[in-house]
Design a protein. Sequence first.
Length: 180
Amino acid sequence: METPPLSTARLELRPLSLSDVPHIQRVFPRWEIVQYLHNAVPWPFPEDGALRYVQGVALPAMAEGTAWHWSLRHHSQPETLIGLISLREGEDDNRGFWLVPEWQRQGLMSEACECVTDFWFNVLNKPLLRAPKARENIGSRRISLQSGMRLVDTRLADYVSGELESEIWEITREEWAARR
């Protein structure tokens, strides 16, 4: 299935495209954003890092129908990319996101997560959504708790900031539907 545009009360979720590369390259390489991301993210972030990710990873997965990636933009500033959110096939890693610090602590990522989780269950008809996160990533843990997810596993994992205790959170389609 092609990645459709989505929206929430405050956000536009646009399918990721090559035109997003310069925006990502400008706002992404910040420690506050990358420290709790999987160590597949190169750090320091190279000058062509956004292009390599979008062109070499995200767009091919979108074309294969194994991942869905969106850029996030606030309705009040639709020309400004403020983050990304993704869904992907896989056993323990179905959703990931980042948001620039200036837009954090406003409930925007909770809104985006609600929207894409609904897409995962009600459009893609997936039975289970799992999201890994560093235990130290309090904001991300809060989003999982607020959305009805439960902690199902812990393990060590490699993040940009090093090896950290990692948690796997999950919710089933039935649990998601019961919340609605």
